[in-house]
Design a protein around this ligand. Structure first.
Ligand SMILES: [Zn+2]
Ligand SMILES: [Zn+2]
Length: 352
């Protein structure tokens, strides 16, 4: 094992470089993995910009990255008890929860009540060092065996695919439902696949970026261009005036949350995974009188293993949302491409 590795180090908001840093050492219940592919997430761009001061990350310098795949190169003590051996191919996720609090024992470890408490909870690439590096240390609760049929690049998109499945689960999509999705980014597009997996009869993607609208259409979804005309009126028109059974809110902008609620059928349900940075005014009268439901959806809670066979079967089309690939040394170019709305970027894979 080399003593040092290349890593993306964010020194302070908007200032980062590739540095040689020590290879981390796995502790009890942890593994050291050679990262083969890591995908850029919207959260990474926020972390680099310093949008969550003192929270994600708690302090700079910081190594982000949490959607990755690679192979195990070293086992911390006890990791072998869970069946792991050196050379195993794995896909990683971010929430390393306590496993003991009430939410964890209910299986909702994404809501761990010990979130961020040192020694009890970690979120890789958010509250502790992430995978934008040649090597990463993660706990055994956050790594999942990657099937031989899936490449490392596909493995790096299992975490967002599991988040897309989680939001469709939170939306309780039922066979025959008409589902609308606000935002045709990676979660929105994979959320469309997740809605179909749960039996949706129609999936309508609402987006204004022309490249993303074209991608949604190419993947076989109905599309509504929110840049021209009122998307709520259009969706109502497309559904005989009734509205949709479920909306998956994947854009995270106040107005898209308002659209989402306004385009629901009576008794409909909106599951929100986008995180607006400001408050949103909600039409409460309609929510009460039409018995609308609005639920949050955070990360993933048990969907990592469940989503992998769906990727293998081509029903969760992670390949279709991968648009670019860069070496870790070219991270500045990779991030600039990710942040450029005209680039056509959806999922960008970085290879350390
Ligand atoms: Zn992510
Ligand atoms: Zn917990």
């Amino acid at each position: 094992m080399p003593a040092t590795m290349e890593a993306l180090v964010v020194l302070e908001p908007n200032r980062f470089e590739i540095q040689d840093v020590p290879v981390p050492v796995p502790g009890p219940g942890e593994v050291l993995a050679r990262v083969r592919a890591v995908s850029i997430c919207g959260t990474d761009a926020h972390i680099v910009r310093g949008d969550y001061p003192g929270f994600w990350p708690p302090a700079f310098p910081f190594i982000p990255g949490h959607e990755w795949a690679g192979e195990i190169v070293e086992l911390g003590s006890g990791a072998e008890k869970y069946g792991w051996t050196i050379g195993d191919r794995v896909a990683g996720t971010s929430h390393d929860a306590c496993g003991v609090c009430q939410k964890c024992v209910e299986g909702r470890y994404n809501l761990c009540e010990n979130y961020g408490r040192p020694g009890l909870h970690k979120q890789y690439g958010h509250s502790v060092q992430g995978a934008d590096a040649e090597y990463v240390v993660q706990g055994v609760k956050t790594i999942f065996a990657l099937p031989a049929a899936l490449s490392f690049d596909e493995g790096a998109v299992i975490d967002p695919a599991s988040i897309a499945l989680h939001v469709a689960n939170r939306g309780n999509v039922t066979p025959g439902d008409t589902v609308a999705i606000t935002g045709a980014g990676a979660i929105g597009l994979l959320g469309g696949d997740a809605a179909r997996i749960r039996g949706a009869s129609r999936v309508i993607l609402i987006e204004r970026n022309p490249g993303r609208l074209a991608k949604a259409a190419e993947m076989g979804f109905e599309t509504v261009d929110s840049g021209s005309g009122d998307p709520v009126a259009t969706v109502r028109e497309m559904t005989g005036g009734f509205g949709v059974d479920v909306v998956l809110e994947c854009a995270g902008v106040p107005v898209t949350v308002q659209w989402a609620l306004a385009m629901l059928r009576r008794g409909g349900r909106c599951a929100a995974v986008g995180i607006p940075t400001q408050g949103v005014e909600i039409a409460m009268q309609r929510l009460v009188l039409d018995e609308l439901e609005l639920v949050g959806s955070r990360a993933t809670a048990g969907e990592m293993r469940r989503v992998m066979p769906l990727v293998e079967q081509g029903r969760m089309r992670v390949r279709d949302v991968m648009t670019h690939r860069f070496a870790l040394a070219d991270y500045p170019q990779a991030l600039a491409t990710f942040n450029d709305p005209g680039s056509g970027a959806i999922k960008i894979i970085v290879a350390p």
